[in-house]
Write a protein that binds this ligand. Structure first.
Ligand SMILES: NCC(=O)N[C@@H](Cc1c[nH]cn1)C(=O)O
Ligand SMILES: [Zn+2]
Ligand SMILES: [Zn+2]
Length: 482
């Protein structure tokens, strides 16, 4: 999609400045991507913390006030190092004018794991430009958008243009690992650091496809579980013990296989009854959304789609639950043919939740399911299932003043009205902001649907990154007048 060739005159200087600063903006993202801030890898925790310091320094240079790296204490179990500190929340403020509205911008500076050998064409932690595309872990999820806010501030500074709103930043380093500690901080700061916040804006999701911008008013929730199966006291030789002891891996794969069918049907009893019924009005909303089914195949690089029509695909992504099996800890996985019987294995799976599935009830149903399926195996091993983290689904009104401002901003930059979409992914903190600050939340994505978040060769297109900075900037101006 080409940017609007005739943006409104009021943004001419600002947009020209953003274009001029493009090399600097790419350099800033390069510095951020170079830090492997993988929150799920305990050994990389110092790198996550280093990213918080990097952001602090950048915010200082941009003139932020009240910058704080707010500590959240130690990471709760399950964790190998019980003294592991959670990464800090980066708080800062630009402006404190009582006559202006205050917008809190949230994003995360941690990333998913990435190894070159997973199939990356370039080093995941070296932002690499190939043509008009920037490849690197976090380029789209979520360092690109976080740095995008900083870029918008820099463009204003260099033009000597006052920000039209007061801006508060809240950048976290544990989003990819359950946003541990952030709920409490938001509750604690609702009437302190975050007092007076009128609106929360989150850029941590994606366009539906590759051509049309969207604004997002719904997310699925996520409940992440771990099944632990324990047997022998230590790993065993399968030649000496195979056939004469009960093997934890055999039990675990059988349990995992009971959870979900190849066609996506979840086998846990009691979930389906909780799903909000699809009304004719909701069903009709899907008719007007621009989505090419082929884009799904392109995004997965395969012909593995379970559904054929746009409506089925989008409804199963946005308004129905799904269960994904992610991996097994403790199992042999390297190349070669090690003849081991693993003594203790942990199977990881998650369930994306939708209205009206409650997290507590779901965990009860999951436990009942695993207990009853394990009993059927008659195994002398032990099996337990534990909720690792959860985050609620979220659905909002897509016609409030924030959405209107973001729609105008999108039109100013891209020359087209955005589609209003929901999303299959989760940003657990969205609902917490809404409840604790009693404000509306807007999801304003910069990247495209094929950015490969959480996957190999994650990327952001240069145009999405740069036009995204313009969109964030224009949004602040429109919202200030709303
Ligand atoms: N861009 C949002 C995102 O990727 N969110 C994660 C959140 C999560 C929950 N547990 C682990 N990560 C997602 O998977 O949806
Ligand atoms: Zn994200
Ligand atoms: Zn993510």
């Amino acid at each position: 999609m080409a940017p609007n060739p005739n943006p409104p005159q009021e943004f001419a200087a600002l947009f020209a400045k953003i274009d001029e600063l493009k090399p600097k903006f790419i350099e800033r993202l390069q510095e951020a991507v170079a830090i492997p801030s993988v929150s799920g890898d305990e050994s990389l925790r110092p790198e996550v913390v280093r990213t918080a310091h990097f952001l602090k320094e950048e915010l200082e240079k941009l003139g932020a006030k009240d910058i704080e790296l707010r500590e959240l204490g130690t990471q709760p179990p399950p964790v190998a190092n019980k003294d592991l500190q959670l990464p800090p929340i980066v708080l800062s403020r630009f402006g404190n004018d009582p006559n202006k509205k205050t917008v809190l911008v949230y994003g995360h500076y941690d990333v998913q794991p990435a190894l070159k050998e997973d199939g990356w064409s370039t080093d995941p932690f070296t932002l690499t430009q190939v043509g008009d595309v920037l490849y690197g872990r976090g380029s789209s999820d979520d360092k690109g958008p976080v740095i995008g806010w900083l870029n918008a501030i820099q463009a204003h500074n260099e033009l000597g243009l006052e920000l039209p709103v007061n801006l508060v930043t809240c950048f976290e380093g544990m989003e990819e690992s359950g946003s541990l500690g952030l709920d409490q901080l938001i509750a604690q700061e609702a009437q302190a650091y975050f007092k007076g916040v009128d609106a929360v804006t989150i850029s941590d999701n994606y366009w539906l496809g590759t051509t049309k911008p969207v604004l997002t008013y719904g997310l699925r929730g996520v409940n992440y579980y771990e099944i632990s199966v324990k047997g022998p006291a230590a790993d065993l030789h399968s030649g000496l013990f195979g056939g004469i002891v009960a093997e934890p891996m055999t039990d675990l794969v059988k349990l995992l296989a009971t959870l979900v069918e190849t066609n996506g049907k979840i086998n846990i009893k009691g979930i389906e009854e909780q799903i909000a019924p699809l009304t004719a009005a909701e069903d009709a909303l899907y008719d007007d959304i621009e989505f090419d089914v082929e884009v799904l195949n392109q995004a997965t690089g395969s012909q593995t789609a379970l559904y054929k029509t746009k409506k089925e695909i989008l409804q199963h992504r946005w308004r129905y639950p799904s269960l994904s099996v992610h991996g097994i800890e403790g199992a042999f996985y390297e190349a070669g043919a090690k003849t081991v019987i693993p003594a203790h294995v942990k199977g990881k799976f998650s369930i994306r939740t939708v209205p009206n599935i409650s997290s507590e009830k779901l965990t009860l149903l999951v436990k009942q399911h695993i207990d009853s399926e394990f009993a059927k195996l008659g195994s002398p091993n032990t099996a337990t299932v534990e909720l690792i983290h959860d985050g609620d689904y979220w659905v909002s009104d897509p016609h409030n003043s924030q959405f209107t401002a973001a729609s105008l901003a999108t039109e100013a930059v891209w020359g087209i009205k955005p589609d209003l979409t929901r999303e299959g992914g989760s940003i657990p903190i969205t609902l917490t902001f809404e409840k604790e600050l009693k404000t509306d939340v807007l999801l304003l994505p910069l990247g495209r649907g094929d950015d490969g978040a959480h996957s190999t060769n994650e990327k952001i297109d240069v145009s999405n990154y740069i036009e995204g900075v313009k969109t964030l900037s224009a949004y602040l101006h429109y919202y200030s007048k709303a």
